[in-house]
Design a binder for this molecule. Structure first.
Ligand SMILES: Nc1nc2c(ncn2[C@@H]2O[C@H](COP(=O)(O)OP(=O)(O)OP(=O)(O)O)[C@@H](O)[C@H]2O)c(=O)[nH]1
Ligand SMILES: [Mg+2]
Length: 462
């Protein structure tokens, strides 16, 4: 981190989506932002007080705006900032941005406001990433998890672990430095250090376990819709999405390729995947490729909806599909419930033991609520996903998981050394390694290129 970072230049960007809108917000950050903005419009002398003003360039009126000044460090980035709420027209925003750039403001890079906030100590890396997660959250559940991390939930827990370990490492190092002088006491005894390492290791373990729900909340629960040709998979997808997304026809083998669509599973983000129907024999090489994709989609999904045609007998294809569901979370949708039933229900139960069965009619849109509840029930067992207030810290990215896993590994090694009465310097080294990994997580010891990579994934104006 570069403490002399504080603001060589002043940046600006449109903070709202481009296109027409009631307002479009342009924000500036950096040492000259207030002086520069003042050359175009009259600002309130009082920070955080919105003021109605006219944005003028060379005496020409461009827009009537509302501007707010923030004095650093009491601002999002920690620098002086100005937020100008313009009318959200493409031409107005282009002219205002153009005028600022000609006056010496630089157009901000992706994530540059957040990066400045991070570099100025306004938030740590986990919080900055949570801002991006909150912006891209597609459902209430993922938004809640992101907000709680933005407010510092995850950072707080990681910091508490770090503090406990710093003390343990310091005690070990004092013991090392004075190993020939038994009169020098340390804050913690060897035994206390051992149990502290164990407790902190368990805490990291719990955070690691939250990755499953974190990933699902961020990326969406992948739900493959599988079944034999013509069972009504594409019809079911369309019915759940309330749109004609996939082609439906009476010809078996209509769907050739997998088709994915985002979906709100009663507050939890999901991705529905329509697949090509699976059958034992086909002469068509394209259909064969499609079926291979179906098998892969099932394998890679978090759960499946097996669609069966309840108006016909169970076939060998249905049995083979049941075999693919081994060890997979699944719900069986007995489709075409509007037609006379021909399926042998006890046999279906035997084929899919312990799996919820729901009778639906994709054609008529019946039974969808029950199907959603059954799918939601499959998600319920996942640690932390049902947490209504987002009160548990949730790890949401592979980066987080990797840092935590490395920290845990180092701590486990340190624990082993101490248990076996081994060398203090080895244990101290492993604890230092763990601290380094945790520092990478919060950004304190993250390399510049890692930071650049993270922030460049943000949107412009954030
Ligand atoms: N009566 C009735 N017909 C249905 C229902 N669901 C689907 N169908 C009909 O069944 C036929 C096949 O539907 P699709 O949704 O294309 O079936 P699919 O499983 O996607 O088939 P493939 O893509 O070929 O694997 C179409 O003629 C649908 O109109 C239902 O609930 N009731
Ligand atoms: Mg289909």
């Amino acid at each position: 981190m570069n403490p002399s970072f504080l603001a060589q230049d002043t940046i600006a960007a449109l903070a709202t989506p481009p296109g027409e809108g009631a307002i479009g917000v342009i924000r500036l950050s950096g040492p000259d932002s207030i002086a520069l903005a003042s050359s175009f419009l009259e600002l309130s002398p009082v920070p955080r007080q919105a003021k109605l003003a006219v944005f003028r360039q060379n005496g020409r009126r461009i827009d009537q705006v509302v501007a707010t000044v923030y004095r650093g460090p009491a601002s999002f980035t920690g620098e002086d900032m100005v937020e100008i709420s313009c009318h959200g027209g493409t031409s107005v925003l282009r002219q205002v941005m153009g005028a600022l750039v000609r006056a010496g403001v630089r157009s901000a890079e992706r994530g540059e406001f957040s990066q400045r906030a991070f570099l100025n100590g306004k938030m740590d890396l986990l919080q900055a990433e949570a801002v991006a997660d909150l912006i891209s959250a597609r459902t209430a559940g993922s938004g809640r998890a992101a907000l709680s991390n933005l407010e510092g939930k995850l950072s707080g827990e990681v910091r508490a672990v770090r503090n406990a370990l710093v003390e343990a490492a310091a005690s070990l190092e004092v013991a090392l430095d004075h190993s020939d002088d038994p009169t020098v006491g340390t804050a913690l005894t060897f035994k206390e250090i051992g149990s502290r390492i164990e407790v902190q290791g368990q805490k990291i373990g719990r955070l690691l376990a939250s990755y499953e729900s974190g990933r699902l909340l961020k990326e969406g629960v992948k739900i493959a819709i599988a079944g034999r040709p013509n069972a009504g998979k594409s019809s079911l997808l369309n019915s759940l999405l309330s749109s004609d997304r996939a082609i439906v026809s009476p010809h078996p083998g209509t769907t050739r390729d997998t088709l994915e669509e985002g979906f709100d599973l009663l507050g939890i983000p999901a991705v529905l995947i329509d697949t090509a129907g699976l059958r034992a024999h086909t002469q068509d090489p394209v259909e064969e490729i499609g079926m291979e994709r179906t098998r892969r989609a099932i394998l890679e999904s978090d759960m499946a909806v097996v669609v069966m045609d309840s108006a016909s007998e169970i076939s060998g294809d249905d049995e083979r599909i049941a075999g693919l569901m081994n060890g997979k979370k699944a719900v069986v949708a007995l489709n075409k419930g509007d037609l006379p039933a021909k399926t042998d229900l006890p046999r279906v139960r035997k084929l899919f033991p312990d799996r919820p069965l729901v009778s639906v009619s994709a054609l008529k849109g019946e039974g969808m609520e029950e199907l959603l509840q059954a799918l939601r029930g499959q998600v319920q067992g996942i640690h932390g996903i049902e947490d209504p207030e987002g009160s548990e810290a949730v790890v949401t990215s592979l980066r987080h998981r990797d840092c935590l896993a490395r920290a845990k590994e180092s701590l486990d090694k340190a624990g082993d050394v101490i248990r076996q009465g081994g060398a203090e310097e080895l244990a101290a080294l492993e604890i230092r390694e763990a601290l380094e990994s945790l520092g990478e997580l919060t950004g304190e010891s993250a390399e510049a290129d890692i930071l650049d990579k993270i922030f460049s994934g943000f949107c412009i104006g954030k």
